[in-house]
Structure formats: C-alpha cells, structure tokens
Design a protein. Structure first.
Length: 269
C-alpha cells in the first residue's frame, strides 16, 4: 500500500510520510514494488508514527489516507506517487511523476503539523516536484535509484536516493521484506532543511550553520504485507532512520536516529 499524501486536507499531515514510505519500501512506494500497470482502483487508510520534522526530538502519530488509480497504458493517479507514468524497458522499471511536497512549519499548528522546536526559523513552502525513478531486479535483490527535483522553489534543491530490498518470507497470504536506502542531498536542500542563516539565528536562537551537500540519512526497515482476501490487505512497516553528515551535525537536529512505524489497510476494486 502506498501510504501517503492526497488532497489539501491530507497533505498537511502526510507530507513527511511520503519519503518514509519510500525508504521503508512499502508496496507501491517505489517503482520496483508498485502495482503492475493495469486498470485498477485502490483505497486505504492508516497511521504513521514519525518525527515532527527530520531530526526532531519529538515524534507524533498522523493519519495517512491512500488512493491510487492505475490505467492499462501505465498512467497513474496516486496520493503518494502523484500524477505520472510507469513502464518497463528491457527489465528496467521506469517512472516519472508530478507531485507536491517539502513544506515545513516553524511552529506547531495542530497535532499533525509543525513543531515549536523550529520557532523563528520561518516556514518552508511546499512546491511542485518532479519525481523520477528507475529499478532493476537482480536475482533476489531489487535495486532502485530515484530523484526528487523541485520545479518551483528551486532554491530548495534536490535529493537522490539509492535503495536495495529483498524478500525474507513469501506465501500466498504474507510477504515480508527487508529494505535499505540512503539519500544524497545537494547543497541547496541541505541548507534549506538543516542550515541556519544569520537572520534565522537572530530570530530562533540557534547557532548559525552552513550545511554542505552530501549523504543526509540511511534508513533500514522491515515491511509486511498480509492479504486478507482478493480485495482486502494490510500493510505494515517498521524502520529506523539515521541522519549522517552535515544533517546530523545541524543545530536543528535533536535526535540523529529515529524510529518510524506505518500501518494501514487497503481495498482494491
């Protein structure tokens, strides 16, 4: 299940869930595990336990609604993947989508959004993003490479993700998998989310900090898909995300290693 973001009502509470679903390799959270191209509709809902922001000391539980419509020609409309196209070329699964993400509030707006630990840092506005991915199955190991490029607010930079996954246990009703991924963030992205300018230092009290581009995190997780019948299924993922490099050294980072838990139920028509 693609635990995720959808319309405006869901985007505030689920934007950060998007990247964690990718990292934990939830079914259809990336090209290699996404549903095969076909005419289908899947609806679902779940909960996620994750940090208030990347590097936050506090975590929270947020609802994660899910909807995905796929078509025989490879086009998909998804609350997590966005609007895009997926195809297979000589065994390599390719996808391209238009999505939205990247927002961060500098105060706690409600139980689902923002963090008071960021007071004075200013809000980061969300933006339209191009999400590109490629994956290949090498024996029992799935390899994936993806990038998220901001189309608006180009000053927010870009990220690049390399991942690997494998199945640990498979039956007709249960599939258990293991995943590992790492993310590289360019200088603009690192400075936006982990840097502190002189102006931000004056209003927030955090020490000024210039973040350089580099690997920002490593995430490992175990995911479990349980099929109830031809329509219903339950999807759960448990993982740990560890910040590295300048992201780990940022004064905004209160906890370098954070647990992430997601679970939800889906109905496929």
């Amino acid at each position: 299940m693609r635990l995720a973001i959808t319309l405006a009502i869901a985007s505030l509470c689920a934007i950060s869930a998007n990247s964690y679903a990718d990292a934990l390799d939830l079914p259809s959270s990336n090209p290699k595990t996404a549903p095969a191209a076909g005419d289908s509709l899947t609806l679902g809902a779940g909960l996620a336990y994750m940090p208030e922001y990347t590097g936050a000391k506090k975590s929270r539980v947020v609802p994660v609604p899910y909807l995905e419509r796929t078509y025989d020609n490879g086009i998909f409309l998804s609350t997590m993947r966005g609007i895009g196209f997926q195809t297979d070329v000589s065994g390599v699964n390719l996808s391209a989508a238009l999505s939205y993400g990247g927002a961060r509030a500098d105060h706690k707006r409600n139980v689902f959004d923002g963090s008071d630990a960021l007071k004075g840092m200013g809000d980061i506005q969300g933006a339209a993003q191009a999400v590109l991915g490629a994956s290949y199955q090498l024996g029992t190991v799935g390899l994936s490479l993806g990038t998220t490029q901001n189309l608006a607010h180009r000053e927010h930079g870009a990220t690049y993700t390399l991942g690997a996954s494998t199945q640990l246990y498979t039956t007709a009703s249960d599939q258990v998998g293991l995943s590992l991924s790492t993310e590289y963030a360019d200088k603009k992205h690192m400075q936006t989310y982990f840097g502190v300018t002189a102006a931000q230092s004056a209003t927030s009290g955090y020490k000024a900090y210039t973040a350089k581009g580099g690997f920002s995190n490593v995430t490992a997780g175990v995911n479990w898909n349980h099929v109830l019948d031809k329509n219903w299924s339950v999807h759960t993922a448990l993982g740990v995300s560890h910040l590295t490099g300048d992201a780990a050294d940022s004064p905004l980072t209160k906890r370098k290693t954070s647990p992430v838990l997601m679970t939800g139920v889906a109905y496929k028509f």
